[in-house]
Design a protein around this ligand. Sequence first.
Ligand SMILES: *[C@@H]1O[C@H](CO)[C@@H](O)[C@H](O)[C@H]1NC(C)=O
Ligand SMILES: *[C@@H]1O[C@H](CO)[C@@H](O)[C@H](O)[C@H]1NC(C)=O
Ligand SMILES: *[C@@H]1O[C@H](CO)[C@@H](O)[C@H](O)[C@H]1NC(C)=O
Ligand SMILES: *[C@@H]1O[C@H](CO)[C@@H](O)[C@H](O)[C@H]1NC(C)=O
Ligand SMILES: [Zn+2]
Length: 298
Amino acid sequence: MGGSGLLWIGRALVLLQLVNGVLGWGKEGHYAICKIAEGYLTKDALAAVKELLPDSAEGDLANVCSWPDEIRHYYHWRWSSPLHYVDTPDFKCNYDYCRDCHDSAGHKDRCVTGAIYNYSMQLSAYQDSVSDVKYNLTEALMFLSHFIGDVHQPLHVGFTGDEGGNTIIVRWFRRKTNLHHVWDTMIIDSALKTFYGSDLTVMIQSIQKNITDGWANDISSWESCRYNLTICPNGYASESVCLACKFAYRNATPGTTLGDDYFLSRLPVVEKRLAQSGIRLAATLNRIFASQIKIAEA
Ligand SMILES: *[C@@H]1O[C@H](CO)[C@@H](O)[C@H](O)[C@H]1NC(C)=O
Ligand SMILES: *[C@@H]1O[C@H](CO)[C@@H](O)[C@H](O)[C@H]1NC(C)=O
Ligand SMILES: *[C@@H]1O[C@H](CO)[C@@H](O)[C@H](O)[C@H]1NC(C)=O
Ligand SMILES: *[C@@H]1O[C@H](CO)[C@@H](O)[C@H](O)[C@H]1NC(C)=O
Ligand SMILES: [Zn+2]
């Protein structure tokens, strides 16, 4: 047994995680996004992140980027559940903060873009003296890192009527599931098995390679916000709902079996969204933790 036994246990754990990853991009998606982001953090941002990370992260942001999904169903955290997504009017294929950012009871700002503003604002108090900090910035960092990922998942900005694809029952190859779950987890899961030897590290490396090669000229436009704003989640949400209409909902009506055609044409969209989330998470954290220093020096 020895080595191969351990390897087998490792595989079984990976499989278990794949089965368990249910909400928002799955565990793998969020891990990949934060891993990519880590490579683009400035020295100041990295220092702030390291200081804020909980012990359970073991110094690695990627290890806690699924935390908001893990806690959202506990009673104490149930209020955070609507913060993972924003629903938009059926078949409109556009997004508007004032119209769309509310929970199902109509409470304003309770949606993923509202939460990104909220937790960015909290983190911008990082340099203030501890007594002025009202919020738990460890939580703010984990929420922000997670939600910048979620807002890039096209069906997290899907239609109200089908709950972002959650009520659209389809088959993914032979397995019965829903369209939302296909985009959170199944496309990534199938890509891992088919193209990356079930090794998430290999998948992340090949996305990183595209960032430095094919997409190199796009990076600065991904990073920047209009009017030099520090954060710009509304633009990401608008992109997502366009992608939802163009790729996620198309040819995926209830009862459809999704197979190779759908998988192979949608995978590049998913991989690019993971890349964009990672780059934008890093750019956002860099700006949040840099503007601090400037204010402090002024
Ligand atoms: C903002 O963050 C606080 C602390 O986590 C939370 O209580 C509040 O519900 C959040 N609001 C939004 C809109 O994210
Ligand atoms: C901040 O939040 C983390 C995660 O929920 C928790 O472990 C920690 O105890 C909190 N810190 C404070 C000072 O409440
Ligand atoms: C890399 O970019 C190429 C060309 O755009 C694309 O076909 C491929 O799917 C991308 N791979 C990854 C891992 O992003
Ligand atoms: C944004 O910032 C850059 C660099 O600081 C500056 O060159 C540019 O003029 C700014 N653009 C706007 C619209 O303020
Ligand atoms: Zn989520």
